[in-house]
Write a new protein. Structure first.
Length: 216
């Protein structure tokens, strides 16, 4: 049994992605502000560098807290276990809900590239998509290639077993039908022969009854 869920490395990857986004927003904002100043002239008052620096630090801290908390919550509320004949999906924190999906109902599992996928690669994690009637995505899975291989192997193994049993059942049914057909044909043939024997009388000669037969 293997547990598939967001790992600690997946949480760290989420934090790094959040930092890249917030820093990119700040850089874009500063460049846009500089462009507006150069296009429309200098502002009347000096720029408050201390306020901007404090805002930047606060935004970084908030981003780290939000991303780290989100990763830990995802770790707690979503867990997938591989079992012999089925996949167990547990969702929820206080009152978790369990769903069991037989491997015969699954289509495939595959790696699912995400935003800033190179960060996941550096930390050895990746998102996994498991497809049945819908797609289940688990982000930040450690050793994702092994997990995908195990699920796909179990899907293929259980489908081969299911196919073999179905084929065997079909062959047994065909043999039963053939036996019943032979029995019915044999019974009909015997009935026909019996009726033929009962319906036959004494045979006459080619040109009618012989004198001896007529005397009898």
């Amino acid at each position: 049994m293997t547990e598939i869920k967001m790992s600690d490395e997946g949480t760290y990857a989420l934090v790094i992605k959040g930092l890249i986004i917030i820093i990119s927003v700040w850089i874009f904002g500063i460049l846009l502000f500089s462009f507006v100043q150069s296009a429309f002239g200098q502002s009347d008052g000096p720029v408050n560098i201390d306020f901007i620096a404090m805002s930047f630090v606060m935004s970084i801290a908030v981003t780290v807290i939000i991303c780290f908390t989100t990763g830990k919550v995802i770790q707690a509320i979503l867990l997938i276990e591989t079992r012999e004949k089925e996949l167990l999906i547990r969702k929820g924190l206080i009152f978790p809900k369990e769903t069991k999906i037989p491997y015969t109902e699954l289509k495939e599992a595959r790696l699912s590239p995400t935003f800033f996928d190179f960060i996941d690669s550096l930390l050895g994690v990746s998102a996994i998509s498991i497809e049945d009637s819908k797609v289940i995505v688990v982000n930040g899975v450690k050793n994702p290639i092994d997990a995908v291989r195990e699920i796909n192997d179990r899907i293929a193994s259980n489908k081969r077993k299911g196919t073999t049993m179905e084929d065997l059942a079909k062959e047994v049914k065909a043999l039963r039908d053939e036996v019943e057909s032979l029995k019915a044909s044999s019974a009909a043939k015997k009935t026909k022969e019996t009726k033929k024997e009962e319906g036959e009388g004494p045979k006459r000669g080619r040109f009618g009854w012989s004198p001896l037969e007529e005397g009898v």
